[in-house]
Design a binder for this molecule. Structure first.
Ligand SMILES: [Zn+2]
Length: 425
């Protein structure tokens, strides 16, 4: 018995030895072994269609991801949407469960890894963009947003397991079912799970030609304007009508310059409709605008301006209502994210990569912002692969040669952070 125990202790000593942080060769070899398995996982995930509103599709992929995380040693839970969750106009009847997996280690650090499994695509589009590899690109519907994120997390965990590294305290993985339509099912869960984390990594991708991680994300809101007028025959009695289309036009024109691009505050009216037949004064009109902000206070100010502006009418006896759908709050730069981002740059350069750290948001909102609301942890967004073509009809792809450096980045970061070495080096 004794020799067995001794050898076990020796192995344990080797595993926890501080040389881990320097032992980049072992980590490098481990991530190289994960390259093809990650591509295999991507092929499988891409082959399951999971548009945000497709309850069955998102449930199916969620079940598969849950199995995969369980096979990696995680305690997996499928968390139903919170009761009475926020409903937007595009929120489907049913939202699928969130997948949460916990990996318990022997250390103290708590690390949260985020990704999402839904896509912006309608069912049936997969046939035109099936998984395929061409040169350095792996193509597939939703592969760039965000199936590579789910796959990357799985193979970072596989890398740690193969290295027998377990000196983290708790790694929690959260995979969202409805990130593309506002994360209403799990936004509160992300916020509450984030409160006691030490490090949060979010696995959206890095859009080519860039190779970056991001320390800030943009706030996204939708403004919906609804005008009610009065219908009347356009030929026989137009004067008895109250033209909702004219009123809507007045509203849009008087709200065309509420943006402040230098602050990252933007309001752009993007969708409008009015009337239904050409020979009637339109009774109803409606418009939607896309709002972006880098600072939460800017949203509040913009909402107040819009509420004030709609009191000014062109057409008497029309009513104008406004509603805001708050998709993502902004995540402003957090000072505590800077040192860990600089450490990430050093790690990445060991793999020959040059990692750009974006301290200003390039314009998109993500789940990282819900994590940031009540957490003091450093948060890095864009930890997934390099990719192209998200939300487009163009071929969406990930860059295959980014798999190894990106896996290395995450694995090293988790190992070194767990060992308390990210601050001192
Ligand atoms: Zn995404």
């Amino acid at each position: 018995m004794l020799p067995m125990k001794l050898s076990a202790i020796l192995v344990a000593l080797l595993v926890v030895s501080p040389t881990w942080a320097q032992d980049s060769a072992a980590i490098r070899a481990a991530v190289q072994r994960e390259k093809q398995p990650l591509l295999d996982t991507l092929k499988e995930l891409v082959s399951i269609e999971s548009g945000s509103s497709d309850f069955d599709g998102v449930t199916l992929i969620g079940n598969r991801i849950a199995e995969q995380l369980r096979a990696l040693g995680g305690e997996v839970e499928k968390v139903p949407p919170v009761s009475g969750y926020l409903r937007f106009q595009n929120t489907p009847e049913r939202l699928a469960d969130t997948v949460v997996a916990r990996f318990r280690g022997k250390g103290t650090k708590r690390i949260l890894l985020l990704a999402h499994m839904d896509t912006v695509y309608a069912k049936g589009m997969l046939a035109k963009q099936p998984f395929r590899v061409e040169g350095d690109r792996a193509y597939g519907l939703g592969i760039g947003d965000d199936k590579h994120g789910v796959a990357t997390i799985q193979h970072v965990l596989a890398t740690l397991r193969n290295l027998r590294f377990d000196q983290y305290g708790l790694i929690t993985v959260l995979v969202s079912p409805d990130e593309e339509i506002g994360s209403n099912a799990e936004r509160d869960l992300i916020t509450s799970l984030s409160t006691n984390q030490d490090l949060i990594l979010s696995y959206e991708g890095s859009r080519v030609p860039g190779d970056d991680i991001r320390l800030a994300t943009t706030g996204v809101e939708l403004v919906v304007l609804t005008v009610k007028g009065r219908a009347s025959h356009a030929g026989a009695a137009p004067e008895q009508g109250r033209n909702a289309l004219y009123e809507l036009s007045h509203q849009l024109l008087q709200m065309q310059d509420l943006s402040s691009p230098s602050r990252g505050l933007k309001l752009n009216w993007t969708v409008a409709s009015a009337g239904s037949v050409s020979n009637s004064i339109p009774e109803d009109a409606r418009a939607m605008g896309d709002m972006r902000a880098d600072d939460a206070a800017d949203f509040a100010g913009l909402e107040a301006s819009i509420r004030e502006k709609i009191r000014d009418h062109l057409i008497p006896e029309t009513t104008v209502d406004v509603r805001f759908e708050r998709f993502y709050p902004p995540m402003s730069l957090r000072q505590q994210s800077l040192p860990i981002a600089q450490f990430a740059q050093r790690i990445y350069s060991e793999y020959g990569g040059k990692l750009n750290v974006a301290t200003k948001s390039p314009g998109a909102g993500t789940d990282a912002a819900f994590a940031a609301l009540k957490s003091g942890a450093p948060i890095l967004e864009g930890m997934g692969l390099r990719m192209y073509g998200a939300h487009s009809n163009e071929d969406e792809y990930v860059v295959i040669s980014s798999i190894e450096p990106r896996l290395y980045l995450s694995a090293r970061l988790i190992i070194d952070f767990s060992l308390g070495r990210t601050a001192s080096e």
